[in-house]
Write a protein that binds this ligand. Structure first.
Ligand SMILES: [Zn+2]
Length: 309
C-alpha cells in the first residue's frame, strides 16, 4: 500500500489551503451593489460584470416616490456600495433607508456611496421659494441626467474609478470594460445624432422633466408640460390651456414616460386629432442585459424619429 510521505502531505495541505484562500478571495471580490435606479444598475453591471447588483426601482416606477420597504433596507444593509442619482431625486426615501440599514459603507461621504449627479453639470435648477405647494421641484437642477448619453459616459468614468477603488483586484477588468463602453457609446452617439437630425428644432409637449436632457441633446424644443407643477398630475384647466396652445402651434409629438398615467396625453392627442403623435418612452432601461443602456437610447431615438414628419 502507498502512503504519501510527510513532505507530500505538507505540499498537499498547502495546495488545499491556497485553493481555499483563492476561492474565498474570489467570493469576496463579488462586490454587492445597491442601485437606486435601473440605469445605474445597468451601468455598474457594464463596468463590473461580476458584481451582484440589485436595483431598488424598475422602469415602471417613479423614482421620486418609493416606499422604504423592509426588503430595500435588507438589500442596502448587505451592500458594499450604493449607486444613486442624487440631486435630491431620492430625498423622499433614500435617507430613511440609509438610516435604517445602519451600514457604515453606504453613508453619505463614504466611498461606497456614489451619487451620479455630483459628477456632471445639471440643467434647470428651480429658482424661487419652495413651498409645500411647489410640487416636486428640482432645487439642485434636473436629476434625470442619464437621458443624456454624454453625461452618462462622464458618470461611467468616475464610477469606474470608484469601483476600482473599492474592488482593487478588479481594476484591470473595470478599465477594459470602461474602454469598451466608451468606444461603443461614442460611436452610437454619433449614429443617434445623425439619425435624429430631422428632430432638430421640433417641438414636443412633455410630462415632467424626465427627458429634459434628451431634448437638449437632440435639439428638441419642449413647449408645454402636461403637469401644471412638477410632480403634480395634470388638471382639467391646465390641460385646456395646453390644448389651446397646441392648436395654435401643433407639436411634433406628445411624449410621456411609461410610468405616467397615459390618459391626459391620450386626451390631448385625441383632441388634436393626432393619436399617432403620442409617444410613450420608458424613462430608463427596461432590461438588465449588458446592452440595456444602448438599447434604451436606440428605442427612444427611433420612436421619436418615427413620428417626425
Ligand atoms: Zn423629476
Amino acid at each position: 500500500m502507498w502512503w504519501p510521505s510527510v513532505p507530500m502531505v505538507r505540499t498537499l495541505t498547502k495546495l488545499a489551503l491556497s485553493l481555499a484562500f483563492t476561492l474565498a478571495q474570489g467570493h469576496a471580490a463579488a462586490l454587492t451593489v445597491f442601485a437606486c435606479e435601473p440605469e445605474w444598475a445597468a451601468l455598474t453591471q457594464t463596468l463590473l460584470p461580476s458584481a451582484k447588483v440589485y436595483s431598488a426601482t424598475h422602469h415602471l416606477q417613479d423614482p421620486h416616490h418609493i416606499e422604504a420597504r423592509p426588503s430595500l433596507i435588507a438589500q442596502l444593509r448587505n451592500a458594499d456600495m450604493a449607486v444613486c442619482t442624487g440631486a435630491e431625486l431620492e430625498a423622499g426615501w433614500l435617507p430613511m433607508l440609509q438610516a435604517k440599514a445602519s451600514n457604515p459603507k453606504i453613508q453619505n461621504g463614504q466611498p461606497g456611496m456614489f451619487y451620479a449627479a455630483d459628477h456632471v453639470s445639471l440643467v434647470h435648477p428651480f429658482k424661487g421659494t419652495v413651498t409645500p405647494f411647489s410640487g416636486d421641484v428640482h432645487v439642485l437642477g434636473n436629476p434625470h441626467l442619464h437621458a443624456d448619453p454624454r453625461r452618462l459616459l462622464a458618470v461611467a468614468k468616475v464610477l469606474a474609478l470608484r469601483l476600482a477603488a473599492i474592488a482593487p483586484a478588479e481594476k484591470g477588468r473595470i478599465d477594459r470594460q470602461l474602454q469598451q463602453f466608451e468606444t461603443t457609446l461614442s460611436d452610437k452617439i454619433q449614429a443617434w445624432e445623425q439619425l435624429a437630425k430631422p428632430l432638430r428644432g421640433r417641438s414636443v409637449v412633455t410630462q415632467h422633466a424626465n427627458f429634459a436632457y434628451l431634448w437638449l441633446w437632440l435639439g428638441l424644443n419642449p413647449v408645454a408640460d402636461l403637469e401644471p407643477k412638477p410632480g403634480v398630475p395634470p388638471t382639467p384647466a391646465h390641460l385646456a390651456r395646453t390644448l389651446a396652445q397646441s392648436r395654435t402651434a401643433p407639436p411634433m409629438a406628445i411624449v410621456i414616460a411609461q410610468h405616467h398615467d397615459p390618459r391626459p396625453a391620450q386626451w390631448l392627442s385625441g383632441q388634436l386629432g393626432t393619436p399617432q403623435k403620442m409617444v410613450v418612452l420608458p424613462a430608463t432601461v427596461t432590461s438588465d442585459g449588458p446592452d440595456a443602456l444602448l438599447a434604451w437610447f436606440d428605442l427612444m431615438v427611433n420612436r421619436l424619429v418615427q413620428v417626425a414628419p
